[in-house]
Design a protein around this ligand. Structure first.
Ligand SMILES: NC(=O)c1ccc[n+]([C@@H]2O[C@H](COP(=O)([O-])OP(=O)(O)OC[C@H]3O[C@@H](n4cnc5c(N)ncnc54)[C@H](OP(=O)(O)O)[C@@H]3O)[C@@H](O)[C@H]2O)c1
Length: 322
C-alpha cells in the first residue's frame, strides 16, 4: 500500500480506501462485509468511508460491528461519516440538512452506530441552501473542539462554496474544511481536474468516489446488465439510467475496455490506477460487493508502474475533458 497526506494535514491515508455505499446493510450480508473489511485491512487500507444516509444508518451499524469484531486498533484506522441526507425513513425537517442541530445529532448517531469515540473524517454530504454556511462551519468547529471529529470536509460542494467555508473559518479562527469528497473517474474528470485543482494547490485534500463509475469501467456492462450486478438492483433504476442511457458513454467504455485488453490489464485496475496518477487525489475510495473484486482492484497500485505515458495519453483521449 501507498500512503498519502490528506491535503496539507498530517493525516496519512491509504491511497486506496474502502466505502460502504449500497453494499453494507443492503446488497451484501454481514459475512461478506466482514470479509471485505478484513481483506482491505490486511492489504494496508486504513480508511473506511461511510455516511448516515447509507442504508439509513445500517451501513454504519454493520461497519461498526465488523470493525469491533475484527478488533482493529483504533489508532490504526480512520473512519468517516457524512451528514445531509438523514437516516430516518422519511426524514423530518430537523432530521436532514446541515443545521447545527442535525450536524450534531447525526455525528452522535454515527459515533453510536460505528462504535467509536470520534470520527476521523466528517463530511457535509451535499451543500444545504437552507442553512447559512457559517452555521455549519461553526457546528463542525464545535465538534472538533469537543474531540468528536478530527477533520471535517465537504462532498460535491462547488469551489465557491468551499472557498466561502474557508474564508469564514479563517476570519473566525475556526477549523477549515480539510478535504472534499468529489466524484472522480475517467467518466467524470472536470470536477477534480478543473474546478477543485486551484483549491488542492492551496492544500485541500480529496477522497474521491466511484472510480469505476459504479462498475461501468470494469467493462461488465458492455454487453448488457449482468444479473445481480449493481445496475441490476431494483431500487437503483435511476443509477442504471444515469450510467447506461447515453450510448456515447457506453461507446467510450467499450473503447477503453479494448485498450485495456490490448495492454493485458483488467479495465478496473487501469481505471483506478488512472485516478491514482493525479497528485491532487489523497485517497481513491473503492467499492466492492465481493472480496475477489477488491483483490483485483488493489492490483491498481502495481499497474501504475506498468503503463507508458503514451498509453495514458491514449486513454485520456477516449475521455477528453469537456
Ligand atoms: N460522497 C458521495 O456522494 C459518494 C457517492 C458515491 C460513493 N461514495 C463513496 O465511494 C465509495 C466507492 O464508490 P462506488 O462503490 O460507487 O465505487 P465504484 O468502484 O465506482 O463501484 C463499485 C462497484 O462496482 C462493482 N465492481 C467493483 N470492482 C469490480 C471488479 N473488479 N469487477 C467487477 N465489478 C466490480 C461492484 O458492484 P456490483 O458487484 O454490485 O456490480 C462494486 O460495488 C462508496 O462506497 C462510498 O463510500 C461517496
Amino acid at each position: 500500500m501507498q500512503y498519502r497526506r490528506l491535503g496539507s494535514t498530517g493525516l496519512q491515508l491509504s491511497a486506496l480506501s474502502f466505502g460502504a455505499w449500497v453494499t453494507f446493510g443492503a446488497q451484501i450480508g454481514r459475512t461478506e462485509s466482514r470479509n471485505l473489511i478484513a481483506c482491505a485491512w490486511d492489504n494496508g487500507i486504513n480508511f473506511f468511508d461511510n455516511a448516515e444516509g447509507y442504508a439509513r444508518g445500517q451501513a454504519e451499524a454493520v461497519m461498526g460491528d465488523v470493525i469491533a469484531d475484527l478488533r482493529l486498533p483504533r489508532d490504526g484506522f480512520c473512519v468517516s461519516s457524512k451528514v445531509f441526507f438523514g437516516s430516518a425513513n422519511e426524514p423530518g425537517p430537523t432530521q436532514r440538512g446541515l443545521s447545527r442541530k442535525h450536524v450534531t445529532d447525526a455525528c452522535h448517531a454515527a459515533l453510536r452506530r460505528l462504535r467509536v469515540d470520534y470520527l476521523d473524517l466528517y463530511y457535509c454530504h451535499r451543500p444545504d441552501e437552507a442553512t447559512p454556511i457559517a452555521e455549519t462551519v461553526h457546528a463542525m468547529n464545535v465538534l472538533i473542539e469537543q474531540g468528536k471529529v478530527l477533520y471535517w470536509g465537504t462532498s460535491q460542494w462547488s469551489a465557491e462554496q468551499i472557498g466561502q467555508a474557508i474564508a469564514i473559518a479563517d476570519a473566525r479562527g475556526w477549523q477549515r474544511p480539510a478535504m472534499e469528497q468529489p466524484h472522480y473517474s475517467l467518466l467524470e474528470r472536470a470536477r477534480v481536474e478543473q474546478m477543485l485543482a486551484p483549491l488542492c494547490e492551496q492544500g485541500l485534500g480529496t477522497t474521491t468516489w466511484s472510480p469505476l463509475a459504479s462498475g461501468m469501467l470494469t467493462g461488465k456492462y458492455n454487453a448488457g446488465v449482468p444479473a445481480g450486478s449493481r445496475l441490476d438492483q431494483p431500487d437503483l433504476a435511476w443509477l442504471q439510467a444515469a450510467q447506461l442511457d447515453d450510448p456515447a458513454r457506453l461507446d467510450k467504455v467499450r473503447r477503453f475496455s479494448a485498450l485495456a485488453d490490448g495492454l493485458g490489464i483488467a479495465p478496473a485496475q487501469l481505471a483506478i490506477a488512472w485516478c491514482l496518477r493525479n497528485p491532487h487525489v489523497s485517497s481513491v475510495i473503492l467499492g466492492a460487493s465481493r472480496v475477489s473484486q477488491l483483490e483485483q482492484n488493489l492490483g491498481a497500485l502495481q499497474v501504475l508502474e506498468q503503463v507508458s505515458a503514451a498509453d495514458w495519453a491514449a486513454i485520456e483521449a477516449i475521455f477528453p475533458l469537456a
